[in-house]
Design a protein around this ligand. Structure first.
Ligand code: PMP
Length: 394
């Protein structure tokens, strides 16, 4: 096909690694540690079945009608209250309901970025977020992540040297793929930098409720006094992703502009999903679900760490995440994750190669991301024992 017909941005949109690992999802002949997807066995389907019948009685046909672009009022009311619990005081005009937080990322990139603008991201960072930024032809500036999250000192040095960024995109709590959390000290430092160098911070929080040991640290948004933080939330990981409902919370003017951008994208998010989530929130079903999933996923995390210790060579290293879905594992020197994946798939185990998440492509060569969310405890044990053998024999 003549590629000349297509927009030049297509080159920036293609993501072979992402397509490859999405295609592994749902293959039952493979133990896959690839997708960061929640375990559907724990979805509160029974409760929702009752709720949907009740809602049809209350709302009738309107449950299946279009809704307004900015989102359903009752869902926004629920979120205003939810955010209050996180010491974030906002009103409904500061919230936009989105079609998953992935759409939030796309809309933000669409609103802020001209081709060639610079955006700082975690390196390694969330492949879907970086992909959204890339498709608006921005320049990606990867900032290394260590055990305390994004290296603010590196960001500061670059800004001091004259780099200008439109925004920084990060996942401060139990990040994807590193599993790391931005320390409190760095959170304050980052907010100071955003003020001094005038950039926005996109705080993406899909794993925040998946805290398995301690309460999460204060959200950047809750300690920001200068309207520099735009906060993204999602019901996908701690409730259910199939509704495709997320939200953005930010300064009113920005929410207004994002609403216009959304209008041109999909008119409105899913009405039924918004209503169900709003009622599930009001009736305490979401809170109950959060209480249930924390120990449920924590035992998977523990199993994965046990398996890594038992089956992987000693020279592999990782830091146990405090929440979320992922282990970011450093392979023995000289093992390239892409070659390892080919061998692993032959042995019916899959993971995501580190390169997929790194803006400096080679940086991830020696890493793999393992997700423990969607496997049973025995699959985690079996999959890791196979993968450990593959690495040992490599
Ligand atoms: N942000 C991060 C960090 C993610 O890991 C994901 C899903 N993998 C998303 C955003 C998108 O989630 P959703 O669109 O389902 O809300």
């Amino acid at each position: 096909m003549d590629r000349g017909f297509f927009a030049s941005r297509l080159k920036r949109m293609e993501n072979k690694e992402l397509s490859e690992f999405m295609s592994l999802i749902g293959r039952d002949d493979i133990i896959s540690f690839a997708g960061g997807i929640p375990d559907e066995k724990i979805f509160p389907v029974k409760e929702l079945k009752q709720l949907i019948n009740k809602l049809i009685n209350i709302k009738g046909h309107s449950l299946f009608q279009y809704s307004s672009t900015d989102g359903k009022k009752n869902l926004k009311e629920y979120l205003v209250n939810y955010l209050k619990g996180q010491e974030i005081t906002v009103n409904e005009n500061q919230i936009l309901i989105t079609t998953g937080s992935q759409q939030g990322l796309d809309l933000l990139a669409k609103l802020f970025l001209n081709p060639g603008d610079t955006v700082a991201v975690e390196d390694p960072g969330y492949v879907g977020g970086i992909g959204a930024i890339n498709s608006y032809e921005a320049r990606i500036m990867g900032i290394e992540v260590d055990e305390n999250g994004l290296r603010i000192d590196i960001l500061e040095k670059l800004l001091k040297e004259g780099e200008k960024i439109k925004f920084l995109y990060l996942v401060p709590d139990y990040s994807n793929p590193s599993g790391m959390t931005l320390s409190l000290k760095r959170r304050y430092k980052l907010l100071k930098l955003a003020n001094r160098y005038n950039f926005y911070i996109i705080e993406d929080t899909p794993y925040r409720e998946l805290s398995f040991y301690n309460k999460p640290l204060p959200a950047l948004k809750s300690i920001d006094n200068n309207e520099k933080v735009i906060y993204l939330g999602s019901f996908s990981k701690y409730f259910m992703p199939g509704f495709r409902i997320g939200w953005i919370c930010g300064p009113e003017k920005i929410i207004e502009l994002l609403t216009t951008a959304k209008q041109n994208t999909d008119l409105a998010s899913n009405t039924l999903g918004q209503e169900l989530i709003a009622y599930a929130g009001q009736e305490g079903i979401i809170q109950e679900q959060i209480k249930k999933i924390r120990p449920y996923y924590r035992q998977k995390l523990v199993k994965m760490e046990e398996g890594l210790t038992k089956y992987f060579p000693e020279c592999c290293s990782w830091k146990r995440p405090e929440g979320g879905f992922f282990f970011w594992v450093k392979l023995p020197t000289g093992i390239k994750s892409k070659k390892l994946l080919k061998q692993a798939i032959k042995n019916r185990v899959a993971f995501v190669t580190g390169n997929s998440f790194c803006s400096d492509y080679r940086r991830g060569d020696n890493y793999i991301r393992l997700s423990f969310s969607n496997n049973t405890l025995s699959e985690i044990d079996k999959g890791l024992s196979i993968l450990g053998k593959v690495i040992n024999n490599f």
